[in-house]
Write a protein that binds this ligand. Structure first.
Ligand SMILES: *Cc1c(COP(=O)(O)O)cnc(C)c1O
Length: 432
């Protein structure tokens, strides 16, 4: 890789001794107390007081009737789409997947954990393009998708980087078509739309406590619902679907997806600090916003009707300020131009100084895994400016455009203001 430290533009800059992370766990000792309590009382299992209390805290915080602690967000998504499939199409085909032979409308620009569970259940994801106002699912594209595939009954929506999607429009469209909504709030715990928390809008909501999320259990996830019956079902499926009988009696397919009481102790401890984490993430976002204001870049949008959780700060380089940057399936190439840069140059420059950034989630419709799946974009009038700065990746979709021009900046809440100034400085030098 090109050595940025010997580049004229980066003179007098020294790499950080300790790596500056994108978003790493931040602990507060309280977690250790609850973990120790699990150990001391020997509830080293998938039952115990930490799980009960963590679920209660989460219900209270998000404002839902029921939360179920699970091994990870992906497991929560799997059980959520399975439950949706069973509700819509019946349980009789559970062994081949409750969504077998059915299409499901999914966010396109997201982590693949949002959509893989649809495939676990035999369903076929149809990807819905993003919009620029929140970088989430475009309601106009979703509307069009229902015109093309009117028989579809399930939508999986992710709230990226902590900014809620256009929930009013999307829940209306779902209602109009009798479709269920699964909300992937893995990245957006604590974010609110018109005063209500993400994860509480859909028929089912999903939270992740993965190590880099706004709060963490080291791993872990949760299923959210306003139906106690649904929560009970998820609890049962997540513990191998045991029936109420004196022996191991099974009627339904089960999974080992329950959260550990030790991990629940970490999450329980972290819950006390979630608002503090959000406030620090917000300060980071605002510092970038101010520090990068003189550059031809835009911060990731926050949404008009929302209070985001600011999980990751991202930028998108303005089209005219992009140097050539092409990406193949595995590699990348770019050519620096004076006054211009590109995501891969900024990411390489940051890495050169021991700083972690990340590309925007590569849209699912561009992934080899899902290349045969459907993809729906909103209507355009055909008179948009031609896009000339990209390689073959750009097909006129919003998702491909944001992927091409955007990147995630280090957003670790342990990052000092001084360290963040260095990041801001490096981005400036990339444009020189
Ligand atoms: C992290 C994440 C998940 C998966 O959560 P895990 O706990 O890692 O399984 C799902 N969707 C999105 C959008 C995520 O960012």
């Amino acid at each position: 890789m090109y050595d940025f430290r010997t580049d004229q533009r980066f003179q007098n800059l020294t790499p950080f001794k300790e790596k500056l992370w994108l978003s790493s766990p931040t602990m507060h000792e309280t977690e250790l107390e609850y973990m120790t309590e699990a150990y001391r009382t020997n509830w080293m299992s998938t039952v115990g007081g930490n799980i009960d209390e963590m679920e209660r805290l989460l219900e209270e915080y998000v404002g839902v009737k029921s939360a179920v602690g699970l091994s990870c967000g992906t497991a929560a998504l799997h059980l959520a789409v399975r439950l949706a499939g069973e509700k819509i199409y019946g349980a009789h085909r559970a062994e081949v997947g409750t969504l077998a032979g059915h299409k499901v409308f999914c966010s396109d620009m997201t982590f693949d954990a949002t959509v893989n569970p649809v495939a676990y259940e035999g369903g076929e994801a149809v990807f819905i393009d993003s919009e620029y106002d929140t970088w989430n699912m475009d309601p106009a594209a979703l509307k069009k998708a229902f015109e093309i595939y009117p028989e579809t009954r399930l939508v999986v929506l992710a709230h990226l980087y902590g900014t809620p999607g256009k929930l009013d429009e999307i829940t209306d469209i779902c209602k109009e078509h009798g479709a269920l909504l699964v909300e992937d709030a893995a990245e957006s715990l604590g974010a609110a739309y018109k005063g209500k928390q993400t994860g509480s809008f859909g028929d089912y909501g999903v939270i992740s406590f993965n190590g880099n999320k706004i709060i963490t259990g080291s791993s872990g996830g949760a299923f959210l619902s306003n139906s106690k019956g649904c929560a009970d079902k998820i609890r049962k499926w997540s513990t191998q679907s045991r029936e109420d009988a004196p022996w191991y009696q099974h009627k339904e397919l089960g999974y080992n997806y329950r959260m550990s009481n030790v991990i629940a102790g970490v999450v329980r401890g972290q819950m006390k600090y979630i608002d503090e984490h959000i406030a620090k993430k917000k300060a980071i976002y605002e510092r970038y916003q101010k520090g990068l204001a003189d550059l031809p870049v835009a911060m990731n949008p926050l949404g008009d009707d929302s209070i985001p959780n600011y999980w990751l700060s991202c930028i998108a380089i303005e089209p005219q300020a992009m140097c050539e940057n092409v990406r193949s399936e595995r590699g990348k190439l770019y050519r620096h131009r004076k006054g211009k840069t590109c995501p891969d140059e900024i990411l390489d420059a940051l890495a050169g100084f021991h700083i972690e950034g990340r590309p925007i989630w590569k849209p699912m419709h561009l992934q080899a895994l899902y290349r045969g799946n459907g993809f729906v974009k909103a209507e355009k009038d055909g008179c948009e400016d031609a896009v000339t700065y990209t390689g073959k990746e750009n097909n006129g979709s919003v998702g491909a455009d944001i992927f091409t021009r955007g990147l995630c900046l280090p957003s670790d809440i342990k990052m000092t203001a001084e360290q963040q100034e260095v990041v801001i400085d490096i981005i400036h030098r990339c444009f020189e």
